[in-house]
Design a protein around this ligand. Structure first.
Ligand code: FE
Ligand code: FE
Ligand code: ZN
Length: 277
């Protein structure tokens, strides 16, 4: 059974996303915790969150993914920048406890000239401030394309962050197929090799979700421009191997392709049709 869904707007609330996912044939989904540019979040509606929790349970959903605003930078240049990111993330995680047991994904950050090592140290320090032993949410580092000064384009960088986090059992990794291909990992020609490398460096037990995207750019381009499934440089055959891979097939897959809802519905159906039982 493939668990697959897509990115949805949270404008109409939690339970509305659950219903929308079901209407698209999805059994997981992703949403931004607030405006992707990171402004203030709406007050949380606890009854709405509870309604989603019930919907997820009653309909056999895989974990859903809350995505941090992509402007948050735990390794930003100024302390003001970094503390804003930490406070926003801590607030997001306290809200996530209203839909217990789900995933919270973030982009590790951009070191903006401070160097990868300094970036990694700042990200790990921030996680040591933010994570709580009692939280039920698993926090995911997303694999990045490595554009600009992004941290997380190499598996080694993610491993180094995890190694420095005290409550690292609260953390995992989300692998984005567009990002890893753009970062230079050959998921088209050697998926097995890439996953062996992931296992050696990070450990496959850390892998909790997949962002399933095609890429507008060639492997190693370090660009991060998502494309619709089958219309990009990764291609349908390689993405079909991703959803069927024994090490991946039970994970939640989330589409972040440039689509409106009908396009997402079609891609969900397409990928479900390519699963070998
Ligand atoms: Fe992302
Ligand atoms: Fe992604
Ligand atoms: Zn991306």
């Amino acid at each position: 059974m493939l668990h697959i869904g897509c990115h949805l707007s949270s404008a109409k609330g939690f339970a509305a996303m659950g219903r929308q996912a079901m209407a698209l044939g999805a059994d997981t989904f992703q949403f931004f915790t607030r405006n992707p540019r990171g402004s203030r979040a709406k007050p949380l509606d606890a009854a709405d969150a509870e309604a989603l929790t019930v919907l997820l349970r009653e309909n056999g959903f895989a974990p859903v993914i809350a995505h941090a605003p992509y402007t948050l930078n735990l390794c930003g240049q100024t302390e003001e920048n970094r503390s804003f990111a930490r406070e926003t993330m801590a607030d997001d995680l306290s809200r996530m406890e209203h839909i217990p047991g789900q995933l919270y994904n973030f982009h590790p950050g951009s070191h903006v000239g401070q160097g990868t090592e300094a970036g990694i140290a700042l990200i790990a320090q921030a996680m040591n401030e933010i994570l709580r032993p009692e939280q039920t949410t698993t926090v995911l580092l997303e694999t990045m394309a490595g554009k600009g000064s992004e941290v997380g384009g190499r598996f080694e960088e993610l491993r180094e962050i995890l190694d420095r986090v005290n409550l690292s059992e609260k953390m995992g990794v989300c692998l984005d197929t567009c990002h890893v291909s753009d970062a230079g990992y050959d998921i088209v020609g050697d998926l097995d090799g890439v996953l062996t490398e992931f296992d050696r460096v990070i450990g496959l037990r850390r892998l909790k979700a997949i962002h399933l995207n095609d890429s507008k750019n060639a492997p190693g381009s370090r660009k991060d421009r998502h494309e619709c499934i089958g219309a990009g440089e990764i291609g349908l055959e390689a993405l079909a191997r991703v959803v069927n891979h024994p090490a991946l097939r039970s994970l939640p897959f989330c589409l972040e392709t440039p689509n409106e809802l009908p396009g997402y519905r079609a891609e969900i159906e397409l990928m479900r049709g390519l699963v070998r039982e």
